[in-house]
Design a protein around this ligand. Structure first.
Ligand code: GCB
Length: 670
């Protein structure tokens, strides 16, 4: 445990950053004593920070770029030494891992927790070591104009990367990608073989996102010496390991580092503003071409910034809102350096707008009602490991049930999932891992600085996805605590400064009168579990309590409201009539009672309902969880419970009322 604290503080200097210019602009907009206090805090933040400078474009192939997926079977060793520090002391990265001690096979991507029969590995806390030998194509190494990048889609929580024994980068935080230019290291070491070593630590501290604490148990009559547990305030298993693909990819030395697009339209003209940053050349000539789905070029421009005009625009519409949803243009960016080398990157672009009024959420100026789900990245065996069959199955199920949206509760999902959502027109509320912020010590400067950086990393990765319509900066924080006001004011305004085109929210379960962050959000997102955590068994109270909840929040803020979570556990196959808690009938009854109120309030200011949860998911062991959380309307294996059919009928009915169903869509309730 000692080890992560030491390394994290070194990483804080490197990675915890805020955009200095934005921060100074914000201070100038404030006044008086508040301004002085802000200046002090922000100066403190800036001293530990440097801005995120590089882009994080999803690696794709093109005439100038190659991608080599080095996921698959890796070898693995958990550092079981009492301090978990033997691997660093003995420098396991310096030689093949198998020479340091016993290793086992480990699939990547996957959580390591459920792969073996060993409960110690399932519940392991501390450093684990991964290694894989890969061959790098000789031409990549020989061609000095080629830049070779090693990229990890995500690893939970804290990672250090070595190539051939040389440290190339470290990264704080799960759920988001990180990468390193390894051309130099590969060219220094002989041959084309590349030994990749990744050490990953899942220890959470009061300043990580999500936060957690390590508790040493000192009562020797109950615990052996050195016994510790990790405490968290979130309701999902703290799966760990390398969760998303590991890739090697190339670009020319002078390369497109980042692209930012923002879109709008006026009548039938679509406008795509773009900003391209090129690294490795100060005079690269940039050309941007936008093509329609049939390959026709619809607009083009020279220069790294500009606005493309598209006549007779096909807008990007959500699923079930339009007969031709999810229309994507293809934007090809070419950057030609002084030496004549051209880098090419192609980005899908959906043209759409998002606006919020006091009672509505507008997509392309039309009211959008979220009828969707909350999800988790979670499945048997692989835990949080990325898995295409699971991703495609989940999209099929969402479309089957008529869901038009989901929230990435409670952390950013794999970018491949956002790409699917772009292509299918599924709307996303994109949430950062700010879950379980319950301890007052997690509202301090270091936590805030890290949270701002995570939002920078999230916006940098996801800003170009038309499916993403709103940022969520946290889930159920202790927003009634005094420091929460300043914390959320900063967090929300910083997120807005990173992206002014999308609304910002966080998900609250606090009392409407005492929530200190709600004044800063664009949309109120409320979680409630009437007849479950409150008044268990009393579904007859839902109507009254839910009406009161909505009227209180709207009365105070006059902002549109999403019911961002509601639900009840149902153990599949457990039945009772009259309904009792944990049966499928009870889950259905809870949903029906909520729906009755939604149907009244959606005529006024309620703009969405997201069931908790799409599927059952694993949690840590506790007396309120029967092998995980059972609030799914699908089982963990993605089979429907009775509640799934109820929602299916409802969502299609709402879609018929509010959207224009494509001709191919069958209304299943008839
Ligand atoms: C919540 C949390 C979610 C939990 C859920 C529950 O409010 O946001 O992470 O899983 O309740 O089932 O307790």
């Amino acid at each position: 445990m000692y080890k992560i604290e030491r390394l994290t503080s070194r990483a804080q200097r490197k990675c915890f950053s805020v955009n200095k210019q934005t921060v100074e602009q914000r201070v100038m907009g404030s006044s008086g004593a508040e301004r002085a206090a802000e200046r002090l805090l922000l100066a403190a933040l800036c001293s530990v920070c440097q801005a995120l400078q590089d882009g994080m474009l999803f690696p794709t192939e093109s005439p100038s770029r190659e991608v080599k997926d080095v996921s698959g079977l890796w070898i693995f060793r958990a550092d079981e030494s009492p301090e978990r520090s033997r691997g660093f002391e003995q420098q396991w990265y310096k030689s093949p891992l198998a020479e340091t001690g016993p290793v086992i096979d480990m699939p990547v991507p996957s959580s390591y927790n459920d792969i073996t029969q060993d409960a110690q590995i399932r519940d392991f806390i501390g450093w684990v070591w991964y290694e894989k030998d890969v061959w790098v194509p000789a031409r990549w190494i020989q061609d000095r104009g080629t830049r070779i990048v090693l990229r990890v889609g995500s690893a939970h929580y804290y990672s250090v990367l070595w190539v051939n024994g040389v440290k190339v980068t470290e990264h704080v935080g799960g759920h988001l990608p990180f990468e390193a230019d390894i051309s130099g290291v590969l060219r220094q070491t002989s041959g084309n073989q590349c030994r990749i070593t990744i050490a990953v630590n899942n220890t959470l501290t009061l300043e990580t996102l999500p936060p957690g604490t390590i508790q040493y148990m000192t009562d020797r009559s109950r615990y052996p010496a050195g016994y510790f547990v990790q405490n968290t305030n979130f309701d999902f298993f703290n799966y760990a390991g390398i969760h998303r693909p590991v890739l090697l990819y190339t670009t020319p030395k002078a390369h497109i580092d980042d692209i930012t697009v923002e879109t709008t339209f006026s009548d039938n003209i679509g406008l795509v503003s773009f900003n391209v940053s090129v690294l490795g050349s100060s005079k690269a000539a940039v050309k941007v071409t936008l093509s329609a789905q049939d390959g026709r070029c619809v607009a083009s421009a020279d220069g790294s910034r500009g606005v493309l005009k598209v006549t007779d625009v096909n807008l990007w519409w959500p699923y079930l809102m339009h007969e031709n949803p999810a229309y994507l243009y293809s934007m090809e960016v070419q950057a030609t350096a002084e030496d004549g080398q051209t880098d090419v990157y192609t980005l899908p672009v959906g043209i759409r707008t998002v606006k919020v009024t006091s009672t509505q959420f507008l997509i392309n100026n039309k009211p959008f009602y979220f009828h969707g789900v909350n999800k988790h990245e979670d499945a048997d065996i692989r835990g949080k490991g990325f898995d295409w069959p699971l991703v495609v199955k989940d999209f099929n199920l969402m479309k089957w049930m008529g869901a038009n949206s989901f929230r990435t509760s409670h952390y950013p999902y794999a970018e491949e999932i956002l790409q699917m959502a772009d292509r299918h027109g599924i709307v996303i509320i994109d949430e950062c891992p700010g879950v379980g912020i319950k301890d007052i010590r997690s509202f301090g400067n270091v936590s805030l600085a890290h949270h701002l950086t995570v939002m920078e990393e999230l916006v940098r990765r996801d800003k170009n996805h038309p499916s993403v319509v709103m940022w969520s900066v946290a889930n159920e924080p202790a927003s009634e605590m005094p420091p929460a006001g300043f914390y959320f004011k900063e967090l929300v305004s910083h997120t807005r400064s990173l992206d002014s085109s999308r609304p910002v929210t966080y998900i609250t379960a606090s009392n409407y009168a005492r929530d200190l962050g709600a004044p800063y959000v664009d949309v109120i997102c409320v979680n409630s579990y009437f007849s479950w955590y409150q008044d268990p068994g009393h579904t007859e109270l839902i109507g009254l309590q839910l009406n009161t909840q909505f009227d209180n929040w709207y009365g105070k803020y006059q902002k549109p409201i999403i019911q961002s979570e509601y639900g009840a556990d149902a153990v599949p196959g457990l039945h009772s009539d009259p309904p009792m808690m944990f049966t499928e009938e009870y889950q259905k009854t809870v949903l029906q009672n909520y729906h009755n109120v939604f149907d009244q309030k959606r005529k006024e200011f309620v703009i969405g309902e997201l069931i908790w949860n799409f599927a059952d998911f694993m949690t840590s062991q506790s007396i309120i969880r029967v092998v995980g959380n059972k609030k799914g309307i699908f089982t963990r294996q993605r089979q429907p419970k009775a509640g799934a059919f109820l929602l299916r009928e409802r969502y299609w009915r709402i879609a018929n009322e509010t959207g224009v169903l494509p001709t191919w869509a069958r209304y299943p309730c008839l």
